[in-house]
Design a protein around this ligand. Structure first.
Ligand code: C2E
Ligand code: MG
Ligand code: MG
Ligand code: MG
Length: 288
């Protein structure tokens, strides 16, 4: 557990390398935060149907309030945790907390699924699918209450165990999304080898829609192709109306991004959905 992790980490702390030392400190502090269940929490970013503007889900995103350094973004600590077995505990925390929060939504009569980010290393753990399913059912939820976002799809495909795990989860009834599509070495052919329901087009492609005609051609064609292959398509990182208009034109199904809403606390998500139910949100925040 986290205590063992700390012992392992301190065995390496002789290193003179500054980055390495920083990483080790981060790992120690993260293990500590996990142990004490303090400072780590989830925020939720709505997923919105483009044509109806209804919230159909929310993605859980991890946040860490470091005891002395303040807020640290996931991009700054998750990759470090990934290089050790601490990622197992971290992901367990995220799943358990997501299940709790999804249950709180249910108690308010809100039945949207919560999406959880899972990386290749997690999928490759023995019995990961069974563990996740246990946490979900033990928490009184069903597979349809949780969606799984696959990070590092390329690495998942390179691991027999990880790929088998994604397939098992889908068989159990979990919706599978492929995150960050269009980044890295994504080979289009890989879509044929991994089962998925939703493709999330990465922000790096979406952010150029306004400024660059080639990007428009790429995104429009991608959406067409993905629809022909029967996937639902989500665009991430939608920040303004102009970008939204292009996505509307290309018949993108779902959007996520600061334009509609940044990640927020569960309480704020609940009031946003309550407002929506009362018909107070028939438009986007800028009034259109
Ligand atoms: P991701 O899964 O692709 O999540 C989207 C990231 O884009 C989030 O950053 C989100 O806050 C940010 N974002 C959303 N809309 C906009 C927008 O309109 N403009 C801009 N500029 N950014 C936007 P965040 O929360 O910092 O997370 C970064 C990455 O860290 C995530 O990328 C995901 O790969 C990873 N991550 C976050 N939480 C978890 C977790 O619980 N477990 C794991 N394994 N990874 C996580
Ligand atoms: Mg994600
Ligand atoms: Mg993403
Ligand atoms: Mg991304």
């Amino acid at each position: 557990d986290a205590i063992d992790e700390r012992v392992t980490i301190s065995a390496y702390s002789e290193s003179k390398d500054a980055t390495r030392k920083f990483n080790l400190n981060i790992l120690n502090d993260l293990a500590e935060s996990l142990n004490q269940q303090r400072g780590l929490y989830l925020v939720f970013q709505p997923k919105v149907i483009l044509s109806t503007r209804k919230i159909i889900g929310a993605e859980a995103l991890l946040r860490w309030q470091h005891p002395t350094l303040g807020e640290i973004q996931p991009d700054a600590f998750i990759p470090i945790a990934e290089s050790t077995s601490l990622i197992k505990l971290l992901t367990e925390f995220v799943i358990a907390r997501s299940v709790l929060e999804a249950k709180r939504l249910r108690q308010q009569g809100i039945n949207i699924p919560i999406s959880i980010n899972i990386s290749a290393n997690n999928f490759a753990e023995p019995d990961f699918a069974e563990k996740l399913d246990y946490l979900v059912r033990d928490g009184g939820l069903q597979p349809q209450d949780i969606e799984i976002e696959c990070l590092e799809t390329q690495r998942i495909l390179e691991s027999t165990e990880a790929l088998a795990c994604v397939k098992a989860l889908r068989q159990m009834g979990y919706a599978i999304a492929l995150d960050d599509f269009g980044t890295g070495y994504s080979n289009l052919n890989y879509l044929r080898n991994i089962p998925a329901d939703l493709i999330k087009i990465d922000r790096s492609l979406i952010e150029n829609l306004k400024s660059d005609n080639d990007s428009r051609i790429i995104v429009e064609s991608l959406i067409k192709m993905l629809h022909m292959l029967n996937y639902a398509v989500l665009a991430e990182g939608v920040e303004d109306r102009e970008t939204l208009k292009y996505l509307e034109q290309y018949q993108c199904d779902i959007i996520q991004g600061y334009f509609y809403s940044p990640p927020m606390t569960l309480e704020r998500l609940m009031s946003l959905i309550a407002a929506e139910k009362n018909g107070m949100l028939a438009s986007y925040p800028d009034g259109d």
